[in-house]
Design a protein. Structure first.
Ligand code: AMP
Ligand code: MG
Length: 686
């Protein structure tokens, strides 16, 4: 992660304690590291500082580098700091406030300090204004009328960042004056305690960098149901973490010796080039449709989903199974030089029919030798893989010659160029060897290595959380009361996700209880990129997955014309897509293979993949009704597709018996032995 192992973004607050329940306008801390994201609510500055202190200490112990962005100005406009402290050093301002600010959860002296500064510099009428308290403060005007500011109103960076507030305004919606005053002492303490460096005043040569950010620069609106501050710290942490190292160092390289600067100003496009968030209506269905055909459902997923994973550069040893983030081209041709395909004797040009005898040169060429020179009219010993010496363009197999008395004898004809490989006949330099979106397998590793590619830009893994829901479920191995069953879906779905090549994350099991399920989804949303639930997806009393997603305002119940499978609940939870599968294990597996698998491919940056099927004769009979597509558990024996005896959606044994699915299209059909049916092996879904 671009020189830093952890990116932390803090939405700071200048106000008092906000209570235990997560709220807007309090402090939110977003953390992004290799394992994912979390956002935590901090009810006041004191607990936030303790939290940050522990977080930094923990990462320093692990040898990690931490970048922490705070959303308040780290400096005041030109001239103020020097007037206040008598020093040109912007860090002196941090110390000045640290010495004077008194802060508790319930009260602090920021307005008094503002009044004191105004009495010293601005005849009691500036530079600070707005008093958030009931009591009057000598020197601090309540309104901006009659305001006098002996210093510039804005910093240079604020002139460029539309919508920023000045650090002189101490109260009122959006004011940052209080945040600065209550934040600078914290910077000073983190700096002293952890050797943190304060950007852009200091060189970032320790493990901890403190950087000024302004989330509104790039964060965009929050998804439905999510607190804006939480969303912003999540989004900005993700954006910074997704920056290529070169971009990050360029963006940190600013010259703002006393006023400070807003990180990313002028580079908004780069920050926003981290994959975009999915839109709230990405799962909306057309009005008035009752049963959506499978292909239409697939088309909708295909057009509305986009990659959500970031990118990183890894060495070839770590690239197996990863998805290429950008096209990769050959750095060198393969083969790089013309060479011999066999062990034999090389010479110049083709030879006509009849006997030939060529004097054998002393030189010899083996694989790895730099090309030598062959004297005119001679032949020389060459070994497989040797670059052709100058003067050799044709090779004869050693089995076809006799060598005696310093001569190589053979019978023609021999075609010019025989038994040689041309330079670049496999791959030319700059030819594409791996396309963006393709998964890197052993063959791709060979191709990249052969063409000199040692490092490759790949997608970060798609983290798929798997959650079971249902009061009846217990884990295998646990005590099951009467009426309870063992959770079969979770191990199955974790296995499927793993087989698709994504990072499967076990989210456990939730009872049929809205609060518990909400807590599970909340915790999951910070940790994973997509959530796969089973059970509770329909519209019944105990179908809490769909109920919660509906409340969050970003969900659709897809009634798809498919058997097996009841409705799929598709929605976004805090911007994270949720695939709500039916609880029946057979339906859960079929819907995962048919819908979730290609959708996950898109989210992962691998593009959309349709499984390959084969037309084979049926070894079964079936009358199928019109109107929906059916998938039967099937396998091939003696070239024919046989299907499992029962179509029961709870028959897990049939899933295990099967090796693939027979896909029967929507129209009615009367299938007889020997009729052609479409068979898709499970392997085609990997
Ligand atoms: P639901 O979709 O929640 O109404 O569940 C439909 C059926 O699937 C019920 O018989 C459930 O008991 C069963 N079921 C739900 N989740 C699981 C699971 N994780 N493992 C096995 N069976 C399940
Ligand atoms: Mg249920």
């Amino acid at each position: 992660m671009t020189g830093f192992d952890v990116i932390v973004v803090v939405d700071w607050s200048g106000g008092n304690d906000r209570g235990p329940k997560p709220k807007a306008d309090a402090i939110w801390v977003g953390v992004q590291d290799k394992d994912g994201q979390t956002q935590t609510y901090q009810r006041n500055r004191l607990v936030a500082e303790v939290f940050l202190d522990a977080l930094i200490a923990d990462h320093r112990r692990k040898g990690h580098r931490v970048l922490i962005g705070f959303d308040f100005p780290f400096g005041y406009p030109q001239g103020f700091g020097q007037a206040l402290t008598g020093s040109e050093d912007p860090l002196a301002v941090l110390g000045w406030f640290e010495d004077r600010i008194e802060d508790t959860a319930k009260a602090n002296n920021r307005f008094d300090i503002a009044g004191e500064i105004n009495r010293t510099f601005g005849q009691g009428r500036g530079p600070f204004w707005a008093n958030g308290l009931d009591r009057d403060i000598d020197g601090l005007p309540r309104r901006k009328t009659d305001y006098v500011n002996p210093f510039p109103d804005r910093r240079a960076c604020e002139d460029r960042a539309k919508g920023t507030f000045t650090c002189w305004q101490m109260a009122g919606a959006g004011a940052v004056g209080s945040q600065v005053m209550m934040g600078l002492p914290v910077l000073a303490r983190l700096r002293r305690k952890h050797g943190a460096r304060v950007w852009p005043f200091e060189v970032l040569d320790t493990d901890v960098a403190l950087v000024e950010v302004w989330p509104s620069l790039t964060a965009g609106p929050a998804p439905n149901g999510m607190i804006k501050d939480q969303w912003q710290v999540k989004e900005v942490a993700r954006q910074i973490a997704g920056l290529p190292a070169a971009d990050l160092s360029q963006m940190l390289d600013v010259d703002a010796p006393v006023e400070g600067w807003i990180f990313g100003l002028g580079f908004e496009d780069r920050l926003k080039s981290a994959p975009p968030a999915l839109s709230n209506d990405c799962f909306a269905l057309p009005q008035g449709v009752h049963w959506t055909p499978v292909d239409e459902a697939l088309d909708m997923l295909k057009t509305r989903l986009s990659p959500v994973t970031g990118t990183e550069t890894v060495g070839l040893n770590d690239a197996l199974g990863r998805i290429c983030a950008a096209d990769v081209v050959a750095l060198r041709a393969n083969p790089p030089l013309p060479n011999t395909a066999v062990d034999g004797y090389g010479f110049a040009g083709g030879k006509g029919p009849g006997a030939h005898a060529l004097p054998l040169a002393e030189v010899r060429a083996a694989a790895g030798d730099a090309p030598s020179d062959l004297p005119d009219g001679h032949a020389m010993r060459v070994l497989t893989g040797a670059a052709l010496p100058t003067g050799v363009d044709t090779v004869i197999l050693q089995e076809d010659v006799t060598v005696a008395g310093g001569k190589v004898r053979f019978n023609g004809p021999v075609k010019a160029g025989a038994n040689t490989r041309k330079a670049g006949e496999d791959v030319t330099k700059d030819m594409q060897v791996c396309a963006a979106g393709s998964r890197i397998g052993p063959a791709e590793l060979a191709l990249m290595a052969a063409t000199g590619v040692a490092r490759v830009n790949v997608r970060t893994g798609l983290r798929v959380g798997v959650l079971s829901t249902g009061d009846e479920l217990v884990n295998a191995g646990e005590e099951a009361a009467a009426g309870q069953i063992f959770d079969a879906n979770r191990p199955m779905l974790l296995g499927l996700v793993d087989g698709f090549g994504h990072d499967a994350v076990d989210l456990g099991c939730s009872p049929d209880n809205r609060a518990a399920l909400r807590a599970k989804l909340d915790a999951a949303a910070g940790r994973v990129d997509v959530i796969l639930t089973s059970g509770g997806a329909s519209a019944g009393d105990e179908d809490h997955v769909s109920a919660l997603l509906r409340d969050a305002g970003a969900m659709a119940l897809w009634r798809i014309a498919i058997k097996p499978g009841r409705p799929l609940a598709l929605g976004l939870w805090q911007g994270v897509p949720v695939f709500g599968l039916p609880g029946n294990p057979v339906a859960a597996m079929v819907c995962t293979l048919v819908f979730a698998r290609p959708a996950f491919g898109l989210l992962a940056g691998a593009g959309w993949a349709t499984p390959q099927g084969f037309d084979v004769p049926a070894a079964f009979e079936k009358r199928k009704k019109a109107g929906r597509r059916e998938y039967l558990r099937a396998r091939i024996r003696e070239g024919r597709a046989e299907v499992f005896a029962s179509e029961g959606s709870g028959r897990i044994s049939g899933l295990s018996w099967a090796e693939g699915l027979v896909e029967l299209p929507e129209p009615a059909s009367d299938i007889r032995h020997g009729d052609t049916v479409r068979y898709i092996p499970f392997g085609s879904f990997q």
